[in-house]
Design a protein around this ligand. Structure first.
Ligand SMILES: C[S@@+](CC[C@H](N)C(=O)[O-])C[C@H]1O[C@@H](n2cnc3c(N)ncnc32)[C@H](O)[C@@H]1O
Length: 344
């Protein structure tokens, strides 16, 4: 049985990240993320995770002189929402949606016909729309085929994974991507279950997880929460895509351009933090080497401290409380801060 009342902890709410207590679509850090992009007149921005379009719409509204928003989403279902946004007065021709994986950001920017962009925004995870559509298989609260792909046009589904991966591989996925302490017990139970017949639906998997670990932990979270998160991350190659897009975004940004990333769990945030740190280094010589010989040119500089939703925002949208936003600025070819006159 699925526990309708079980609440996931903040760290695991990436799958619920943009709905308020009444289940309405609420974009996390909507104002703060757009402010951090520092939109300028004539600027071109990438919204790498268009979703419900909450950030894109705010960007177009806040800076009516923004030339173009290059929106990307792996989910074809984002298209009608983007179409509606472009039909609003003043938005015509200012937003183009690309049904692509954001790891291809550089190619998308080239396809849009622009040499560089002035900002890239990434609001990671999945949208409330995807969670709401029971048949997408993201939620253990709806019984549906176990799919979990952002892009349903290709790739393996969560059912493929659950029914074909070895016990060792499943345990690894649950341990690393779900931080699930009972990963081996769960993996063994899945393998036993599929010997009787394939595990094909979210309901079957959730029920198996309840039987396997449900009674064992005194946890406020549903016993399926960590496993569902882990399978979703693996099915979509989320962490690999994140590493790739950070590199691609840094290349695509014009000097002075901003990289703004909202993460919802520590696995994502660690990648973002380390990427910005590494790209900001001015020297990578061994610490005991007296003179720098590496000629490292930093590509980014960190802007401020990580930003979290205000108490007001988390009160309105409790599920935003796991969000953490990091901001960096693209340096010029010499590793210097760009002339702000040209980027502000
Ligand atoms: C949290 S939602 C974004 C919500 C959006 N900022 C808004 O205001 O409505 C994340 C979106 O990113 C998309 N997404 C996640 N990973 C992706 C990837 N690697 N490539 C392209 N889109 C991705 C998902 O399909 C989802 O629609």
């Amino acid at each position: 049985m699925i526990h309708p009342s079980a609440q996931p902890p903040a760290a695991l709410e990436s799958q619920l990240n943009e709905r308020d207590a009444h289940g309405r679509h609420v974009t996390v850090l909507r104002e703060a993320a757009v402010d951090a992009l520092w939109p300028k007149e004539g600027g071109i921005y990438v919204d790498g995770t268009f979703g419900g379009g909450g950030h894109s719409s705010r960007l177009l509204e806040q800076q009516p002189a923004v030339r173009l928003v290059i929106a990307i989403d792996a989910d074809a279902a984002a298209a009608p929402r983007a179409a509606r946004l472009t039909e609003l007065p003043g938005n015509e021709g200012r937003l183009r949606l690309f049904h692509r994986n954001f790891r291809e950001l550089e190619y998308v920017v080239a396809e849009a016909g622009v040499p560089h962009v002035d900002g890239v925004l990434l609001d990671l995870g999945l949208s409330s729309f995807q969670l709401d559509e029971g048949e997408r298989g993201f939620s253990f609260r709806h019984d549906a085929p176990l799919d979990m792909r952002f892009d349903q046009t290709h790739g393996i589904t969560a059912a493929d994974l659950v029914n074909t991966a070895s016990a060792v591989e499943l345990a690894r996925i649950l341990w690393i991507y779900g931080e699930e302490k009972q990963s081996r017990r769960i993996a063994a139970a899945i393998v036993r279950e599929r010997e009787k017949g394939p595990v094909s639906t979210t309901g079957e998997l959730a029920s198996l997880l309840e039987r396997t670990v449900g009674g064992r932990k005194r946890s406020p979270i549903h016993p399926a929460t960590r496993t569902f998160q882990a399978l979703r991350i693996e099915v979509n190659g989320e962490l690999e895509a994140l590493s790739a897009v950070l590199e691609a975004a840094t290349t695509a940004l014009a000097p002075g351009g901003r990289l703004v990333v909202i993460a919802f769990h520590s696995l994502e945030d660690r990648i973002v933090k380390r990427f910005i740190e590494a790209a900001s280094l001015t020297c990578v010589c061994p610490p005991d080497q007296p003179i720098c010989t590496c000629d490292t040119i930093p590509r980014l500089r960190r802007i401020g401290k990580p930003i979290r939703p205000t108490p007001e925002e988390t009160a309105l949208n409790p599920r935003s409380r796991s969000a953490i936003m990091r901001v960096a600025e693209r340096l010029d070819r010499e590793g210097a801060v760009a002339d702000q006159g040209s980027s502000a």
